[in-house]
Design a binder for this molecule. Structure first.
Ligand SMILES: N[C@@H](CCC(=O)N[C@@H](CS)C(=O)NCC(=O)O)C(=O)O
Length: 209
């Protein structure tokens, strides 16, 4: 049974979706980031950057426990452990890793900043931050829209990969970062395709707070 330390956020949801899709049993431990529980020493011992999500797998490599922090690292670990949602060949693996890193480096940090500036008091600082990060977020959605032309999934054919799970976690909050899907038909179709998967739906339904 994997221990999942998490909260109801895009980065948290990526991992509940992946665990459900991989059919791995897990136990949720909520880390209430609005109450600063991410700074508690027991959590910092497994997640030194004081961010959710993190996991502990009691049945890690060699049968010994292992902890993993950073959602991208967790997805890669779980894919390697199960042999699922990450192609075996180098060419396929590179495509998935590219889009996973694309999400981790941009399609997460940028909409995250939109969420931040939307919560600021009205004024020039809010306007500047909102414009900068919302423009960049829309550009990233445009990149995703182009990538999904003629494709069912972001980096694989036939079934999704951990890159889809990672990107979906943030697309789930597209209304909050104010990017409607009206002009993004490929993204809209992909989003609906992913959300129609029973395991993915369970990953979004499980209580994380
Ligand atoms: N790059 C990290 C980012 C994780 C992250 O930003 N987590 C947020 C919630 S979505 C968090 O724990 N924030 C707590 C804090 O900022 O102290 C990952 O993908 O795991």
């Amino acid at each position: 049974m994997i221990d999942l330390y998490t909260w109801n956020t895009p980065n948290g949801r990526k991992i509940s979706v992946a665990l459900e899709e991989m059919g791995l049993p897990y136990k949720v431990h909520t880390v209430n980031i609005s109450k600063n529980e991410q700074f508690e020493p027991a959590f910092l011992a497994i997640s030194p950057n004081n961010r959710i999500p993190a996991i502990v797998d009691p049945d890690g490599p060699g049968g010994a426990p292992i902890s993993v922090f950073e959602s991208g690292a967790i997805l890669l670990y779980l894919a390697e452990k199960t042999g699922k949602f990450l192609p075996k060949g180098t060419r396929g693996k590179v495509a998935v890793t590219e889009w996973l890193m694309w999400q981790m480096g941009g399609f997460g940090p940028m909409p995250g900043q939109v969420h931040h500036f939307l919560m600021q008091p009205e004024g020039p600082a809010r306007d500047y931050g909102y414009k900068r990060y919302h423009t960049e977020t829309k550009r990233l959605y445009g990149v995703l829209e182009k990538r999904l032309a003629g494709r069912d999934f972001v980096a694989t054919e036939g079934e999704p990969s951990i890159a889809d799970f990672a990107i979906l976690g943030w697309a789930w909050r597209h209304e909050r970062h104010e990017v409607p899907f009206d002009d993004l038909p490929n993204v809209a179709a992909w989003y609906a395709r992913m959300m129609a998967r029973p395991a993915t739906a369970r990953g979004f339904e499980v209580a994380l707070s």
